[in-house]
Design a protein around this ligand. Structure first.
Ligand code: NDP
Length: 407
């Protein structure tokens, strides 16, 4: 019987998911793209039709409303909902899926709009409900979280008896030509990078001031880049699911211009998430800033350069110390040529499609709410190679590092 797929969210990532599902209609069957602004869905549907010949349906929905979501899921008769709206909508979409007994997938963990804090707590709390409803929820099926979790599971399965340390490295060496813009939703991006840093060592979380720890990592095919320690959500589940782990950290590259703009914006209060009174109106500074900044979807045609995202893992195999870097390099221009989105949206949207594909094909299927590293990494890794995100493994001497020690 032919499947039906509902995608929610028509931003940069939604665009890629719509394209990639349309390129895999054998699995996804009838596709509907729904979002708050229907005209954005229609524009994507038009491009998908022009480039792939596949017709997708479109719909309007306010994903903050469980009732509206339930009505839409029933109307589309969906077998799976791919949530690529914002993290604020995760819980309402999960609840609507549970009410309709339909599988669920997302790419970012829940965040409350009034508090800049990502955590899985409330999504994991729906595990029992999902089991009772005989449905599956796959959390964080983007690149990071997502592919990075699968890379760790692959390292664990094929390269290590014990994993001791993991450094997740996220390098975007793309240049869009603007003095300041964010590669995905500005509000989510700026909340993430202006928050305190955090990493996990010997059983404890250690908090740092925002951007306080800088290291230079030498990224294959890109070169050395300044990288800053951030908190990132995949660490929360990896700490739980990878035994023998002693430390896990996350680093992301930022250029000088980005950091200077961010500091100034923060100093003048433009990153605030509390409403302020302005001429009789309540305005949330970071939401207003989003209105001023370039739409991430518009960066596609202007962005040149590469991304390199991977996991640098150390541990033990057969009693010997061992180090591997498993990574993926994408080229912004090539991504745009294929699906009219730059690499940050591409590297998120393709894994979202792959996660949903494995679920619909029942190759990854378990009732309840799950994180990516809980499943056999091999089918996902095979799909990455087939669907546009080829990866590589670099094996290094046990004590080698890609970190460049500054003089
Ligand atoms: P965008 O801001 O470009 O798009 C978000 C879309 O969601 C927009 O179409 C927006 O509608 C829609 N939306 C927002 N609120 C609602 C609502 N209440 N009801 C219905 N639709 C709504 O974001 P991105 O495409 O860049 O990112 C999408 C998701 O992917 C985010 O959750 C982000 O955190 C995640 N992400 C994950 C990554 C990973 O590697 N795991 C990396 C990058 C992003 P409108 O157009 O009307 O505003």
């Amino acid at each position: 019987m032919s499947k039906k797929t509902l995608i929610i969210g028509a931003g940069g990532v939604g665009n890629v998911v719509a394209f990639k599902c349309a390129m895999n209609t054998d699995t996804f069957g009838e596709i509907t793209l729904a979002s708050r602004t229907k005209s954005k869905c229609d524009a994507i549907a038009q491009n998908v039709k022009a480039k792939t010949g596949v017709e997708i349906k479109t719909a309007q929905v306010d994903a903050d409303s469980v009732e509206e979501l339930i009505a839409l899921i029933k109307e589309t008769d969906a077998d799976i909902v791919i949530n690529v709206a914002l993290p604020y909508q995760d819980l309402t979409i999960m609840d609507a899926c549970a009410a309709c007994q339909v599988d669920y997938l997302d790419t970012a963990n829940y965040e409350h709009p009034d508090e800049a804090k990502f955590e899985y707590k409330e999504q994991w709390a729906r595990d029992q409900l999902f089991r009772e409803q005989h449905i599956m929820g796959l959390l964080g099926s983007g690149f990071d979280p997502g592919v990075t979790n699968v890379f760790v599971a692959y390292a664990q399965k094929h390269y290590f008896d014990e994993i001791h340390t993991i450094d997740i490295l996220d390098c975007n060496a793309g240049d869009h030509g603007y003095p300041f813009a964010t590669n995905f939703n500005p509000e989510i991006n700026l909340r993430e990078v202006s928050a305190k840093g955090r990493y996990w060592e010997n059983g404890k979380w250690i908090e740092t001031e925002p951007m306080a720890i800088k290291q230079v990592w030498d990224y294959p095919e890109v070169g050395p880049k300044d990288s800053y320690l951030l908190y990132h959500e995949e660490m929360e589940s990896l700490v739980k699911n990878i035994p023998h782990l002693k430390r896990i950290r996350f680093f992301m590259t930022f250029g000088e211009s980005y950091l200077t703009h961010m500091r100034v914006l923060e100093n003048v209060g433009m990153l605030g998430i509390e409403p302020v009174e302005h001429q009789g109106q309540k305005i949330v500074p970071i939401e207003f800033l989003k209105t001023l900044l370039p739409d991430p979807a518009s960066l596609g045609p202007r962005t040149k350069g590469k991304t390199n995202i991977g996991v640098f893992v150390k541990g033990i195999k057969d009693g010997e110390s061992k180090t591997v870097y498993i990574y993926q390099v994408s080229d912004h221009e090539k991504c745009y040529e294929e699906v009219m989105s730059q690499a940050v949206s591409y590297t998120t949207g393709v894994p979202a499609m792959i996660g949903a594909k494995l679920m619909l094909e029942k190759r990854w299927y378990q009732e309840g709410v799950h994180n990516m590293e809980e499943f056999d990494p091999d089918p996902f890794m095979e799909e990455l190679n087939k669907q546009g995100l080829p990866w590589q493994v670099m094996e290094l001497d046990g004590d080698a590092s890609l970190e460049v020690k500054e003089a």
